[in-house]
Ligand binder design. Sequence first.
Ligand SMILES: [Zn+2]
Length: 395
Amino acid sequence: MAIVRLGELLGQDAAGAFLREVVKRGRPSTAYLFQGAAGIGKGTAALAFARALLCERSPGAAATPDLFAAPAPSGGDACGECPACHKTASLQHPDLKFVFPVSGEERELEATIAETLQGLREDPLFVFVYEKAASIRLSITRELLRELAYAPYEAARRVVVVRDADRMREDQYSAMLKTLEEPGGSTVWVLTSARPSRLPATIRSRCQRVPFASLSEARLRDFLEERAQVSSTEARLLAALSGGSLARALAMRDSEPLRVRDEALALLGPALRGDRAGLWRAAQSFMKYGHTGRETLKRMFEMHQLWLRDLLRVQAGMPREAIAHRDRETEIRRQAAGVAPSEIRRRLAVLEEAIQSIDGNVTADLTVFSAMARVAGSRIGEGRWPEHAAARWNY
Ligand SMILES: [Zn+2]
């Protein structure tokens, strides 16, 4: 993510247009809630919105309006040139407060936050990755609320961006609610959340909702190819696997998706031949005797799902543009000609079940073995079981 302008948001035309209109009118609401799936640009949009609201040429932004200043740009966006725009671009505007969840020790909090902000400033493809327990810290919101008691420093308004606002505690919400209820305040709150139902209803009801749409595969693919220097084969796979989330696609970029794909598809060979011993060895080798992580295992099954989705798409006569594994199109077309759609759906159901089981206490290589055997049509329980001991996760 980067600190961009509202006009530069990726694939959020409706939200972008709405927010520009708000800026243009110069009378923003007290609070907005940007909601939509994770990784589709809500956070980027929140900072872009803040930037536009603080831009010295935006209506109502300047603390002492200069009557002779250039007229406001008609687009309702940050001008990108005024001193305020320069400060917001590097997240150094005193009236822009940016709060986000962090994990780790409280005594390392300052360093963690500084490091995150540095990454955000320097890397236009920066992705926020949270641990499960990451939260917006109490000390941070306390300090923020103290500061809100004073007037803004430079602009006529202050903008507080709270990323993933659902990661707070009950008492933080109540404290926040008090300031949301104060009439005539000079603060504009912008909350983002992929799980808005986790926010207290009292907070939600005070926010104007701004929905964000998931990104299309085509848009993600183009972005990955053009802006993230990902090869077209990889971009196609990542876009298809990401479920419309740019952050997820970017995070997966370093996990060698093509190698995982090839290893994944290779597992099907012995399965289809009915070579159980071969499949067992392949499964163990894929799991590296427990060293392969759950994410990679999940990705492996997802690669198979994509493959089957490609078969269905070819059968439905969709254009080659729609094929995720397009570098293996010949093979896809050959298989599609020989498998019934009902069989493909059966295989998809097997894979879905396997993916669901991963988060439980599964024996990894056995999961790979049985799922692949079932995809290939064998019924587990028939014939001879593999004799080796199964490896559990190694961590
Ligand atoms: Zn400006």
